[in-house]
Design a protein around this ligand. Structure first.
Ligand code: FAD
Length: 390
């Protein structure tokens, strides 16, 4: 999700129409290819253009940049249906990486920078990424070490970023840097700088992973990279606040996706349980299996209701500390729902659930990143506790 929530009331018809569009796209243009894309370690760049043509990349962005303003309630079905029917965390993460890379540009870039950067990304011609995590750590953002030293009209950037989604292909990378006085520590010296992907001195290497195999996750190295000062996003030293605000949208998107992945596991497990026979009856006729399926439903339905509630609150402008806490706890609940459903689905599929080619096998491997990325479970609990005054 982006930071660009539009409070325009959304009708059930709009949400159904969007869900139908995304479902068709995911079923026909993603799901049949995911195994091949995972084996290749990437999906075709043309998929960005296709998603843009359907209006999916621009959802939640102003019209002047080629987007379509949209409330949280309208954007929820995009994440949910893309995950449920595409069933690939790798596609979802890279195809929608602009939703974590662009919001700081939209909120804090100059008019000229916004006009230069946002339209080609929403049109699917260029790719945007966000780079905060470093080899020294991701949870403790205030300790990041990458430096940007001002020299005339430029910043000179040195440092490293790891685990960066879309990092291999990104044309624009929104990077958290330390601009404070030499050796400054803590959150006060952090700034956000937009770095063009073609910059001299930027090198990238691809990382091997447990899941998200078709997503281009990269290790980035900045070696005296010269960046025009006009790409500074917001004031020097305002970076920490920008990062924290950006996280809320990312975490909501992760929760909505985890919900969709849990549903994908349920769908596959139910279909299998109906057609697989053991001891003279379909699996679904055994009470133990039915209980597994309703236990999945119980978690799916609670997660869905919570997603709707958090989205409705955001659309009503109620985004204070209690909402932030709710987003953190929702992310944990949704990813635990995904973990439970992936585990139960693989169990119901039996040996087939351990085989490459089933949806549940892939999603089982993609659970952990959802519980770590965008703020790990332990960090979510600490942040929620602080917001609630515990
Ligand atoms: C596939 C993938 C894609 C990613 N994409 C991006 C991206 O696009 N951009 C980006 O910037 N980052 C990205 N990340 C990084 C991700 O956000 C970090 O991995 C995450 O924030 C955790 O940081 P870390 O891995 O450094 O773990 P650490 O911060 O080292 O923490 C390790 C473990 O210790 C726990 N922990 C830490 N501190 C405490 C504490 N005080 N009390 C209790 N437990 C604690 C954490 O919860 C975690 O479980 C990605 C990661 C993955 C795996």
């Amino acid at each position: 999700m982006t930071a660009t929530s539009d409070a325009t009331p959304v009708s059930d018809e709009d949400r159904t129409a969007l869900t139908d569009t995304v479902t068709r796209f995911a079923r026909t243009e993603i799901a049949p290819h995911v195994d091949a894309w995972d084996a290749a370690g990437e999906f075709p760049r043309s998929l960005y253009r296709r998603a843009a043509d359907l209006g999916l990349l621009g959802l939640g962005y102003p019209e002047q940049y080629g987007g379509t303003p949209a409330s949280y309630l309208l954007r929820l079905p995009l994440w949910r249906a893309l995950s449920r029917h595409g069933a690939s965390g790798g596609v979802l993460a890279s195809l929608l990486s602009h939703n974590i890379g662009l919001p700081p540009v939209l909120a804090h870039g100059s008019d000229a920078v916004r006009a230069e950067v946002i339209p080609p990304v929403l049109a699917g011609e260029q790719i945007a990424a966000l780079a905060i995590t470093e080899p020294g750590g991701g949870s403790d953002v205030a300790q990041l070490k990458t430096t940007a030293r001002r020299e005339g009209d430029e910043y000179i950037v040195n440092g490293e970023k790891v685990f960066i989604t879309s990092g291999m292909r990104a044309d624009w990378i929104t990077v958290a840097v330390r601009t404070g006085e030499a050796g400054s520590k803590g959150s006060g010296g952090i700034s956000m700088l937009l770095i063009p992907g073609h910059s001299a001195g930027l090198s990238r290497s691809k990382l091997d992973k447990m899941g998200w195999l078709c997503s281009d996750t990269a290790h980035l190295r900045f070696d005296n990279v010269r960046v025009p000062a006009r790409y500074l996003l917001g004031e020097e030293g305002a970076g920490f606040r920008i990062i924290m605000a950006n996280f809320n949208g990312e975490r909501f998107g992760l929760a909505a996706s985890a919900l969709g992945f849990a549903e994908a596991c349920y769908d596959e497990a139910l279909a299998w349980a109906r057609q697989r026979k053991t001891f003279g009856a379909a699996l679904v006729e055994h009470q133990v299996i039915r209980h597994k399926l309703v236990d999945m439903q119980m978690r799916i339905q609670s997660t869905a209701a919570w997603c709707e509630s958090v989205a409705a609150q955001a659309d009503a402008g109620r985004t204070g500390p209690e909402w932030v806490a709710s987003v953190c706890l929702l992310k944990n609940h949704a990813t635990q729902t995904m973990q439970f459903c992936a585990d139960q689905a693989v169990q119901i599929l039996g040996g087939m659930g351990f085989m490459r080619g089933t949806v549940s096998e892939r999603i089982y491997r993609e659970v952990k990143v959802m519980m770590i990325g965008g703020g790990a479970e332990e960090i979510m609990k600490d942040l929620a506790a602080r917001q609630l005054g515990i």
